[in-house]
Design a protein around this ligand. Structure first.
Ligand SMILES: Cc1cc2nc3c(=O)[nH]c(=O)nc-3n(C[C@H](O)[C@H](O)[C@H](O)COP(=O)(O)O)c2cc1C
Length: 240
């Protein structure tokens, strides 16, 4: 199946075949494809909780308000945003830069390596650090004032940074769902969930956020709730 076929075949499937199980190893492989998604500053502020235990599936289904996709799912993948891990991920990137530079002393970095080092050492902390949302608003106002005179990056508040992290996680979720199609499996992304209860069941810390829960299984015809509907292309396509 090529990519166009996969995109066309993918539907949000709300009922899965209860007699057809799916292979957890294949689902895991699709999650490995998910983490290859493009993501903001390569910070990879995400985690993927692969739910295979019947007992946990039942509990999560309840917290997805027992929608049919959740109730009949053979497995689930909870896509989690870990913006709170930004310090660790910045450090991981710095270690990677050093590894690529063959462990040389940062003093001897070439221009590109120095730029990358400064990016993760200074710019990322400036962008991600906040204190009760106050520093975020301070940055936002300063950037806004500078922005009167020149183009400037404006994502500064906590809410902006949450969007940044969720965007990347959603791209990974789409990679996952398309990989599942290639494997002959189906999915349904769900945000109609009690995210707090799901966080609790997965023992997630306060700073973690649920991006979406993806129900997984193999479709039955009744699992497609109607013909695919999209707004006419001309209405959403703007050539500039
Ligand atoms: C972030 C997100 C959240 C969604 N939440 C739900 C949900 O809670 N329940 C559900 O049945 N479908 C959910 N959907 C599926 C959409 O309703 C579906 O993608 C849309 O109707 C288009 O249909 P298609 O996916 O079959 O093309 C969600 C989709 C996305 C991207």
């Amino acid at each position: 199946m090529n990519l166009t076929d996969a995109i066309n075949h993918r539907r949000s499937i709300r009922k899965y075949d209860e007699n057809k199980s799916i292979d957890a190893n294949i689902v895991k492989k699709c999650i490995e494809q998910a983490i290859l998604a493009p993501n903001s500053s390569n910070m990879q502020l995400w985690e993927f909780y692969h739910i295979t235990s019947k007992e946990t599936l039942k509990k999560i289904s309840k917290y997805c308000f027992d929608q049919s996709a959740a109730q009949t799912a053979q497995q689930m993948v909870v896509v989690v945003v870990r913006k709170d891990l930004w310090r660790k991920r910045a450090k991981d990137n710095l270690n990677h830069i050093n590894k690529v530079a063959k462990g040389k002393d940062p003093k001897d970095y070439n221009r590109r390596e120095k730029f990358a080092e400064t990016y993760y050492k200074k710019l990322i902390p400036l962008t991600y650090f906040d204190f009760l949302g106050i520093f975020g608003w301070f940055k936002y106002i300063v950037y806004w004032l500078i922005g009167l005179f020149r183009p400037i990056y404006r994502q500064a508040r906590n809410s902006d940074m949450r969007i940044v992290a969720h965007k990347s996680a959603a791209l990974a979720a789409q990679n996952f769902m398309l990989s599942m199609v290639e494997a002959g499996y189906d999915t349904c992304p769900m945000e109609g969930t009690d995210t707090l209860r799901i966080k609790n069941i997965l023992n997630l810390p306060f700073g973690a956020e649920i991006n979406m829960v993806v129900a997984c299984g193999i479709r039955i015809p009744e699992g497609i709730f109607g013909e695919r509907f999209r707004i006419p292309f001309e209405e959403v396509y703007k050539k500039v």
